[in-house]
Design a protein around this ligand. Structure first.
Ligand SMILES: [Zn+2]
Length: 306
C-alpha cells in the first residue's frame, strides 16, 4: 500500500547555503503522485519541481533538484530521508524559496513533524525497485554500489584526516523503524577549513555551530559535541537514504558507500537505470512492505531533539 500524510505539516527555518528564511508546508497527495515541490514564490512559468533522480543537478555540497524551466529546490536530502524513513510515498511540498530549511542539520525535526500529524495508508498497491545485479560507480577514490538484497540495507565507510571524525563504518537494515531510531538525529558535519572556503564562495551562510557539527583536527567546535560517537557516518547513511529515495519508488537492495556523497549516489542511480537487467519493478506483498523503511516506526523511539 502507498502512504501519504494524514494532514499538513509546517516547517519554518533558514536555508543552510542561502541563509534566507523559508516556510515549507508538506501536504497530502493522491496515490501515484510521488513527491513534488511547488515553489510558491515563482509566479510565472513552471513552479513544480519533481523529487526524482533525473532532475538532480549533481552539485557536490547538497542535493539540488531542477525542473525543465530551471526552477530549483536545494538541500532536499534530509527531508527526502525523513519521508522515506516514515514511509511517505506521496506528498506535495509547498516552499516559498529555493532551499529546504536546514533546521538542526538532521532529519529528526522532519520525522517528528510528519509523525505528529501521522501517515495515512492509501488503498493502492506500492511498487518497489528490486536490484537484480550489482552496479557500482567510482570517482576520486570514492565508490557507491548497489547489490541485490530482499530489503533496503545501507552500509557506509568514511575516512577523514581530522581525528575528531577519523574512520567510521556502519551497516544497518532499514526495516522496523531503524532509520528513525538510529539515524534521523545525526547532523551534517564539516571541517572548519571547509566552512571558511564555503563562506568565501558565498555558501553555508545559514550554517551555525548548532545546525552542523564543525570539527577542526582533534577538536569538535560545536557545543555539546557529537550526539553519537559515530554521528558522522550515521549522517552519511541518512544522506544516502534521502538520495536513494529520489529513485521514485522504494529500493530493495543493499547500498554500500565508501567515502561516497550526494553526487556519486545520484550517479549510481543513473547507472542502475541505464544498466540492462539491473532492476525490475515488484508489487510489494505484505512481507516486503513490512521490511520497508517507515514500517514499524514507534513514536517513543524517535530521538527528541531541539
Ligand atoms: Zn546531509
Amino acid at each position: 500500500m502507498q502512504n501519504s500524510l494524514s494532514s499538513s505539516v509546517v516547517f519554518e527555518g533558514t536555508g543552510l547555503h542561502s541563509g534566507a528564511p523559508v516556510r515549507m508546508v508538506l501536504r497530502a497527495a493522491p496515490a501515484n503522485h510521488g513527491i513534488w515541490f511547488h515553489r510558491t514564490d515563482i509566479r510565472i512559468g513552471d513552479a513544480m519541481v519533481p523529487a526524482i533522480w533525473d532532475a538532480v543537478d549533481r552539485t557536490p555540497l547538497c542535493t539540488r533538484l531542477v525542473n525543465n524551466a530551471g526552477v530549483s529546490v536545494s538541500t532536499v536530502e534530509h527531508l527526502m530521508a525523513a519521508l522515506a524513513g516514515c514511509g511517505v510515498h506521496n506528498a506535495l511540498i509547498e516552499i516559498d524559496g529555493p532551499e529546504v530549511p536546514i533546521l538542526d542539520g538532521s532529519a529528526a525535526p522532519f520525522v517528528r513533524g510528519i509523525m505528529t500529524q501521522g501517515v495515512r495508508a492509501q488503498a493502492v498497491p506500492l511498487w518497489a525497485i528490486q536490484v537484480m545485479k550489482p552496479v557500482s560507480v567510482e570517482k576520486d577514490g570514492a565508490r557507491a554500489t548497489l547489490l541485490p538484497a530482499d530489503s533496503l540495507e545501507i552500509e557506509f565507510h568514511i575516512d577523514f584526516q581530522d581525528a575528531a571524525i577519523g574512520r567510521q563504518s556502519k551497516n544497518l537494515k532499514m526495516a522496523n523503524g531503524a532509520f528513525a531510531r538510529e539515524l534521523c538525529d545525526s547532523r551534517t558535519f564539516c571541517r572548519q577549513s571547509d566552512v571558511d572556503l564555503m563562506h568565501e564562495n558565498g555558501l553555508a551562510l545559514g550554517g551555525t555551530l548548532e545546525n552542523a557539527v564543525v570539527v577542526d583536527g582533534d577538536d569538535v567546535l560545536s557545543p555539546g559535541g557529537f550526539r553519537h560517537t559515530d554521528e558522522a557516518v550515521r549522517h552519511k547513511m541518512l544522506d544516502a537514504l534521502g538520495d536513494l529515495a529520489l529513485a521514485g519508488n522504494p529500493i530493495l537492495g543493499r547500498y554500500v558507500g565508501e567515502r561516497s556523497g550526494h553526487s556519486l549516489t545520484n550517479t549510481l542511480l543513473r547507472a542502475l537505470f541505464a544498466t540492462p537487467g539491473a532492476v525490475r519493478m515488484v508489487k510489494c506483498d505484505t512481507k516486503t512492505a513490512s521490511d520497508l523503511p517507515g514500517y514499524g516506526l514507534v513514536w517513543a523511539e524517535i530521538p527528541e531533539v531541539a
